[in-house]
Design a protein around this ligand. Structure first.
Ligand code: ZN
Length: 242
């Protein structure tokens, strides 16, 4: 079985559609999403609808949570906040309730999916340093966890008796016997200087992971963001993938 794994769609419908087309073409029959369906991008409702229509199972990301549970404790950058306020204005109540009801973690056989880290405290911690990776593996009870949040593809590996370490993520085998934290990067707002949408395919029978970068119509998303009055730095970063 081939499982398509995506994360951080961020309301970018052309990027989501481009990714789903490639994952369909490769024969994926199951789709998992590591959250942040909305925030930043100009098509939040359409992305929620597409995720539902395509029966993509998703966890809740920090932007999904912030939109659904908005309040004075947001503590986020002014650009992200402004995009979240705009997003909230676009969404009907049932879509907001749906975002609120998303789980923080889900398990699918030997796979689990979280947005940020298996260490759910502090919430929405970025796994960027070895100590974050260790904290994740203390709590990771599955062989494979797929996540996102940093918008940068990266692999964390832990073998019993060895230090947890980061490895550059590419298309590679992930054989059982170790535990893996696989950051599949972002569909809708990549930040690794590659503007193409990022996603992955996991082959459950061979334990092979394929990392994919998919071109999409960036200018189309940027045009819609300008029309919506979303912050210019959020628009510009899509061209350079930062
Ligand atoms: Zn995100």
């Amino acid at each position: 079985m081939k499982i398509g794994v995506i994360s951080d769609i961020h309301g970018n419908l052309p990027a989501l559609e481009a990714v789903l087309e490639v994952l369909d073409h490769l024969g994926c029959t199951k789709f998992l999403c590591a959250g942040d369906i909305v925030g930043y991008g100009p098509w939040p409702l359409e992305c929620i609808e597409r995720v539902n229509d395509r029966k993509i199972l998703s966890v809740q990301g920090n932007h999904d949570y912030w939109v659904a549970c908005s309040g004075p404790d947001w503590g986020i950058s002014p650009y992200a906040r402004s995009a979240l306020e705009w997003t909230l204005e676009q969404l009907p109540k049932d879509a907001v309730a749906w975002l609120r009801g998303l789980p923080r973690k889900m398990t699918y056989g030997p796979l689990s999916v979280v947005h940020a880290s298996n260490a759910l405290e502090p919430p929405w911690a970025y796994v960027l340093a070895e100590r974050h990776l260790r904290a994740n593996f203390v709590m990771q009870d599955s062989t494979y966890t797929f996540h996102g949040h940093t918008h940068v593809p990266l692999l964390g590996v832990h073998r019993r008796g060895e230090r947890a370490r980061f490895v550059q993520l590419r298309s590679m085998e992930l054989p059982p016997g170790a535990r893996y934290l696989v950051n599949v990067g972002a569909v809708g707002q990549p930040r690794d200087r590659n503007p193409r949408a990022s996603c992955g395919v996991f082959h459950t029978d061979t334990h092979r992971f394929q990392l994919l970068r998919v071109p999409y119509h960036v200018a189309w998303t940027q045009k819609r963001m300008r029309e919506a009055g979303l912050p210019e730095p959020l628009i510009n970063r899509l061209s350079i993938g930062r």
